[in-house]
Design a protein around this ligand. Structure first.
Ligand SMILES: C[S@@+](CC[C@H](N)C(=O)[O-])C[C@H]1O[C@@H](n2cnc3c(N)ncnc32)[C@H](O)[C@@H]1O
Length: 245
């Protein structure tokens, strides 16, 4: 399917990425950069009322309740990734070990990064630590791409606010929309211009916007029609704004 880019910089499709990934040729992707379901919604005790504000979304979303098995993705991820490719996966405490077990022994190196959110949702009853960190599991083989310039940017720690207005979409609202600035930073370090970035769980297309704005090509899949349509609109708007049409 990466052939279907056919001179274009972007190919997005609505559908089940478990099925669609089978159409991606072997060793054709430079960077898999994705944010799959976390399966943390099932631990929720319900949305949290906040005085004078909209309730805090603790339930995540329906898509997060569908059982997700990292083990089922390892084989296809390894098949489509070029030997020089990199793999970055946003994940959670309950799935980090599963990604590690599924992928670490298949790569030369694995590591994790922390994205620290400077403005996490508050816990008004002080019943525990704030959920202010998100993990990113990453792995690679020798001869992969690393575009580090200084030691300072080599910390496995990134910091930014969560996605806020005007970047955050309101219709549809996606509870896990990632800030493009964080994605751009990783894409610029872990891939080169013209490389193909693949996101099989693209949500409202943040990885796509980050990839295109770094002069990478992008392939993305999304199951939900509203999120897919929002990605399509977002990419079209981005192209108009940046004179790419
Ligand atoms: C954590 S969100 C990704 C959010 C994205 N990073 C963004 O910034 O918008 C995970 C997404 O995966 C989608 N999804 C879940 N299972 C899928 C599947 N089998 N195929 C394609 N998309 C799927 C969900 O609908 C959801 O939008």
């Amino acid at each position: 399917m990466s052939d279907l880019l056919n001179g274009k910089d972007c190919f997005i499709q609505k559908g089940d990425s478990r099925v669609l990934i089978k159409h991606i040729p072997d060793k054709s992707i430079d960077l898999i950069f994705t944010d799959p379901p976390y399966n943390i919604g099932k631990h929720s005790t319900g949305n949290i009322p906040l005085p004078g504000r909209a309730p805090m979304n603790n339930d995540v979303a329906k898509w997060d309740l569908v059982e997700f098995s990292p083990e089922k993705w390892a084989e296809d991820f390894i098949r489509i990734l070029k030997p020089t490719g990199n793999l970055f996966i946003f994940t959670t405490y309950n799935q980090l070990g599963r990604w590690y077990n599924a992928l670490d022994h298949r790569f030369d190196t694995s590591q994790f990064m922390i994205w620290h959110k400077t403005n996490p949702a508050p816990k008004v009853f002080k019943a525990g630590f704030l959920n202010s960190c998100e993990m990113i599991f990453c792995c690679w083989n020798r001869k992969h791409t690393w575009n580090f310039i200084s030691q300072a940017e080599m910390h496995n720690f990134l910091e930014s606010p969560i996605c806020m207005q005007p970047e955050r979409l309101t219709n549809p609202k996606h509870p896990a929309q990632k800030p493009v600035s964080i994605l751009k930073k990783i894409i610029s370090i872990a891939s080169n211009e013209e490389d193909i970035v693949f996101d099989p769980f693209m949500g409202v297309g943040s990885t796509g916007i980050a990839a295109l704005s770094q002069n990478r090509r992008f392939i993305g899949f999304e199951l939900d029609n509203d999120y897919y349509k929002a990605t399509k609109r977002r990419i079209e708007d981005w192209k108009h704004l940046n004179g790419k049409v």
